[in-house]
Design a protein around this ligand. Structure first.
Ligand code: SF4
Length: 379
């Protein structure tokens, strides 16, 4: 039996955050949600073939806002998965939720179901910034959910943070981190804001009703984050992720280590062996395929060994421990070509990469410019 990670996508949200371009939909009624959850259960059934050879080691129920769905709905998903797959002895089962939809009873039911990792959207402790982002929770809502989660028994908790926000000052961000420290959450994911076109935030910035975020200031905030959290006992283990000892996210490591994962639900992506496949992104086509008894796959590609090697390199460099080059070659039965080595040398000369005892890593400078480095590597 091989280990597998599964991602389940729940594409519903109470309201759309102003910066969000994820596959998530607001104003969906109970009937829409129930129909989707029924399709999801059917989709799980369609993977019985895989269940013979794989057991689930990590399961991540994400979105969207999975806590929008009743905990009974989530229980059916887990039951469905248990009927098709076995689980490892100590699987990591995570769920994402927003403070405004995480009641005590719902979280207690999650815990009973074996969901012991909770990832909550905090983004900021500043009311004005939360409003700018279109978040509907308050810092007090977050605190209440955190307190309840701990009473129930949750220890493995992630808080999502954002920085580089319009109107956010370095001092405000420093205060947020000071507040975070007092909460003693064992895992923090912190992302710089990306302004996506077609979002409310982009429109407001174009109209001039919100200031454009200052890129230099965002770099200063990232710098502060990288020095502050490690001093407080967090390991900066991935570009945007920080964990206290024993609390790294096993599920996300699957992605960065380029191991196999299956994505279920609307628009979910999967990576199995050399195949990458992508589920239908529209409710209609997702439903029609399932109704016809077919896996709801809209597109598929098969990567060559060299493409997989580059993919592993690009994903592995996201982790601060870097990539062991000889392991990489062995794993992919492919060689790191001279042209790629030349690129590494160029990046090493520019101070963006370093080769430390056979492990290739981004330097602190390279962390800021990681996207350009990855683009070049994929080339
Ligand atoms: S809660 Fe998350 S997925 Fe939903 S709208 Fe906000 S950012 Fe998007």
């Amino acid at each position: 039996m091989k280990n597998l990670s599964i991602y389940v996508h729940i594409p519903f949200c109470k309201s759309k955050c102003h910066y969000c371009d994820f596959r998530s939909f607001q104003n969906c009624g109970t009937d829409d949600i129930n129909e989707y959850m029924k399709d999801l259960l059917q989709e799980i059934e369609l993977y019985r073939d895989l269940g013979k050879n794989y057991r689930i080691d990590t399961l991540f129920i994400g979105g969207g806002t999975p806590s929008m769905v009743s905990s009974e709905g989530i229980a059916k998903v887990i039951k469905g998965l248990r009927e098709v797959f076995s689980f490892t002895e100590e699987p990591e089962i995570s769920i994402e939720g927003n403070p405004d939809t995480l009641s005590f009873d719902k979280m207690a039911h999650y815990y009973e179901l074996g969901i012991h990792r909770l990832s909550m959207g905090l983004q900021s402790d500043n009311r004005k910034l939360l409003k700018t982002l279109g978040r509907i929770h308050t810092p007090e809502d977050f605190l209440m959910s955190l307190e309840n989660a701990r009473k129930i028994g949750f220890r493995n908790i992630n808080g999502d943070l954002m920085f580089g926000l319009p109107g956010q000052h370095l001092k405000t961000f420093q205060q947020t981190l000071g507040w975070i420290e007092t909460l003693d959450i064992p895992h923090i994911s912190a992302y710089g804001l990306i302004i996506n076109e077609e979002t409310e935030l982009a429109r407001k910035i174009h109209q001039g009703t919100l200031p454009e975020p200052d890129e230099d200031l965002e770099v200063d905030m990232y710098d502060y984050l990288r020095s502050f959290l490690p001093k407080k006992g967090y390991d900066h283990y991935e570009i945007s992720n920080f964990a206290k000892p024993g609390f790294q996210c096993r599920h996300n490591r699957t992605y960065w280590e380029n191991r196999e994962y299956l994505g279920l639900g609307l628009g979910a992506h999967s990576s199995m062996g050399k195949k990458r496949f992508f589920n239908a992104e529209a409710f209609g086509s997702y439903h029609q395929l399932i109704e016809a008894g077919k896996k709801p796959i809209a597109a598929e590609e098969v990567l060559t060994d060299k493409e997989r090697l580059k993919e592993s390199l690009m994903l592995g460099l996201r982790m601060t421990e870097g990539v062991n080059l000889s392991h990489l070659e062995r794993r992919h039965e492919s060689v790191v070509e001279d042209a790629l080595i030349m690129k590494f040398q160029e990046f090493i000369k520019q101070g963006l990469l370093e080769n430390h005892q056979g492990r290739l890593k981004l330097t602190p400078e390279g962390l800021y410019l990681s996207n350009s480095v990855f683009r070049e590597i994929i080339g």
